[in-house]
Design a protein around this ligand. Structure first.
Ligand SMILES: Cc1cc2nc3c(=O)[nH]c(=O)nc-3n(C[C@H](O)[C@H](O)[C@H](O)COP(=O)(O)O)c2cc1C
Length: 216
C-alpha cells in the first residue's frame, strides 16, 4: 500500500526520462488498479494503446517528421486563459535556461514532446467519438488514477495533449480505428534526476479561486 497524500504531492510532469526500460509488471499493476476508476453509467470509456520498442520509435519518427513541417492541429486557448500557458512557459522553459525570445531553443523544446521526452513507453488515450463530456470526465478520472498508481511505483509521467495535434499519424502508426477519438498521450518512464525541470513545483491557484461554498 502507498501513501495517497504523498503520492499526490510527488506526482508532477516529467520532461526528461532515462532510457531505462519500464518493467511490464509495474505497468500491469497500475493498469489493473486504474480499471477501478468510476465512470458515467460504468461505460469505462477509456481506451489505451501503448507503444514500446520499435513501435514507439517508429511513432516518434513519424510525429517528429510531421511536427517539423506543420503546426499541430490543436484549437488555440481562449484569450482569457492564455496567460496560464505563458506563466507555465516561464516556469518550465526558465528552468531549462531558455529565454522567452530564444525561438530556436523553444522550438527544439516543443519538439521534445514528439520524442515523448525520451520515455521508453508512450500511451495514447482514446475514447469513442460518439461519447460526450461526462465520458471525457470518466477518462480523466481513469487517467489520474493511472498516473498516481505509476507515480507510487517510482515512475515518472507526462500527459501530452500535444500528441493529439497529429491524430492521423498516430492512427496510422498504431492502427487506431476511426471511431476512437485520440484525446492525448501519456509518456511513462523513469525520471532523469539531473534534469532541473523534473524538480519543478508548478504553482497552483488558491482553493478559494476555484471553489465556492454557499451557505446562505
Ligand atoms: C490534459 C493535459 C494535457 C497536457 N499536455 C501537455 C503537453 O502536451 N506537453 C507538456 O509538456 N505538458 C503537458 N501537460 C502537463 C501540464 O503542463 C502540467 O500538468 C501542468 O503544468 C501542471 O504541472 P505538474 O503536472 O508538474 O503538476 C498536460 C497535462 C494535462 C492534464
Amino acid at each position: 500500500m502507498f501513501d495517497l497524500e504523498q503520492t499526490i504531492q510527488d506526482r508532477h510532469s516529467t520532461r526528461k526520462f532515462l532510457s531505462q526500460p519500464v518493467p511490464r509488471n509495474l505497468l500491469d499493476e497500475a493498469l489493473t488498479l486504474a480499471q477501478c476508476a468510476p465512470s458515467n453509467s460504468n461505460i469505462q470509456p477509456w481506451r489505451m494503446v501503448f507503444a514500446v520498442g520499435v513501435r514507439r520509435d517508429r511513432l516518434q519518427e513519424a510525429l517528429l517528421n510531421q511536427a517539423k513541417q506543420q503546426l499541430p492541429n490543436i484549437p488555440p486557448l481562449p484569450e482569457a486563459f492564455q496567460h496560464y500557458r505563458q506563466e507555465l512557459g516561464v516556469q518550465v522553459y526558465g528552468s531549462m535556461g531558455i529565454a522567452r525570445d530564444d525561438k530556436a531553443n523553444r522550438t527544439q523544446a516543443v519538439l521534445r514532446n514528439y520524442e515523448f521526452f525520451g520515455a521508453p513507453v508512450v500511451g495514447i488515450v482514446c475514447m469513442h467519438r460518439d461519447l460526450g463530456v461526462a465520458d471525457a470526465v470518466s477518462v480523466g478520472m481513469y487517467l489520474e488514477t493511472l498516473v498516481l498508481c505509476l507515480t507510487a511505483r517510482g515512475l515518472g509521467t507526462c500527459v501530452e495533449v500535444s500528441l493529439a495535434g497529429y491524430p492521423e499519424i498516430i492512427r496510422n502508426e498504431l492502427n487506431i480505428p476511426p471511431e476512437l477519438l485520440i484525446i492525448c498521450g501519456l509518456a511513462v518512464g523513469y525520471s532523469d534526476p539531473d534534469f532541473s525541470a523534473n524538480h519543478l513545483h508548478i504553482s497552483r491557484e488558491s482553493v478559494e479561486k476555484n471553489v465556492r461554498f454557499l451557505d446562505y
